[in-house]
Write a protein that binds this ligand. Structure first.
Ligand code: AQP
Length: 340
């Protein structure tokens, strides 16, 4: 198979490791919906629960978060009719291919991953083996579909490069052209949404400070309060992008505005340049509430019927396995595993 022969297929996932944040929405989900609707790709979207358990998850919360994430996907516009929507553990080929990739990837490659360093912190010896091997499972998630494109936020760029390294090494070691060299799709004004309390830190579901993020389930008052309290500087907003240099908090709020309003940063600054934060923050809060409130109320509606969510996920798993089972079988053949 030559690289040009792969079906244009998108795969991406989010961990059910907490509630969805505005970072996940702007950096990932909104892009997932765009790629679904453009109609040029088959699209597969996933709750990556096996990734979530690389750090401790309370089982009851994990179940809840997984269903809530599915609800968030659907409420944001991912249609189970147009896309395959799955929970990772329900499609066993992900973990099976990950084992093969554990044997292809090198320890040195994993050791260089900045996300591992960030998440393991000073206590790397005490982190799980799964956290260290996380990028091999992520490569398997993608390559078990022969996915050609992966929409992600900026923070996942290094893992996507590693996915290409694994595909290249597998193809080279076995003398095949079996796995595609997947393209990351990192686009839009808000590929890296930062904490509202610290412009140098990514907005994250697992940040201990709830004030650092906007959750997709926050109500209008909470969103407005968090934006009002967001860290900023005393200067007015600039009219040109250069004026945001060395102003990470101001840049972050402008990026969020642009991402929510489907504008470029330049367009936003042309409108708001010269405004003080006292004017800009309420406008941003109003925009955020207008965009997020319909999604959060639809999430609540979907969450009132968890059986229906489970039904949709079971249907997605069956559809997914039609793609993943033959790819895994062929991988086993290439590697020399018999009896499958
Ligand atoms: N702050 C962000 N800005 C832009 N994109 C983001 N993403 C996450 N945070 C931001 C994108 O969301 C997708 C799913 O990420 P994930 O949940 O699988 O893992 P993560 O990147 O580790 O997200 P969190 O919120 O920081 O989770 P925790 O706290 O559990 O580690 C990815 O495409 C990511 O780029």
């Amino acid at each position: 198979m030559t690289q040009s022969n792969f079906t244009p297929r998108v795969f991406s996932g989010i961990q059910p490791s907490g509630g969805l944040t505005l970072g996940n929405y702007l950096g990932a989900i909104k892009r997932f919906v765009d790629m679904q609707n453009v109609g040029d790709f088959e699209t597969v979207y996933c709750m990556v629960d096996l990734h979530a358990i690389t750090v401790w998850q309370d089982p009851e919360k994990l179940r809840h978060n997984t269903r809530e994430l599915a609800a968030g996907f659907i409420a944001s516009g991912i249609s189970p009719e147009k896309s395959i929507l799955i929970n990772q553990s329900a499609v066993p080929e992900h973990a099976q291919l990950a084992w093969i990739f554990n044997c292809v990837a090198r320890m040195g490659w994993m050791g260089r991953m900045t996300q591992f360093k960030d998440k393991a912190g000073k206590n790397a010896e005490n982190s799980s083996l799964g956290l260290f091997g996380y990028p091999a499972l992520m490569a398997a998630d993608i390559l078990v579909y022969h996915a050609t494109h992966v929409p992600v936020g900026e923070d996942q760029k290094q893992h996507l490069e590693l996915t290409r390294d694994i595909a290249t090494k597998f193809n080279h070691d076995y003398g095949v052209d079996f796995f595609p060299l997947t393209e990351p799709v990192i686009e839009g004004a808000a590929t890296r949404v930062m904490s509202l309390r610290d412009g140098s830190k990514k907005m994250s579901k697992s940040d201990p400070s709830d004030a650092s993020r906007i959750n997709m389930t926050d109500d209008a008052d909470t969103i407005a309060k968090k934006i009002r309290k967001a860290k900023t500087d005393p200067d007015a907003l600039p009219s040109e992008i250069e004026g945001l240099k060395d102003r990470p908090e101001a840049r972050n709020l402008v990026n969020i505005y642009a991402g929510l309003n489907d504008q470029t940063v330049e367009q936003v600054l042309a409108d708001v340049g010269g405004q003080q934060f006292g004017t800009f923050k309420p406008a941003l809060a109003e925009l955020a509430v207008a965009k997020l409130a319909p999604i959060s109320s639809d999430m609540a509606r979907l969450m009132s019927d968890p059986t229906e969510i489970d039904r949709l996920l079971a249907k997605g798993a069956l559809q997914a396995r039609e793609i993943t089972a033959p790819i895994l079988k062929k991988t086993y053949e290439i590697v020399g595993l018999v009896g499958n």
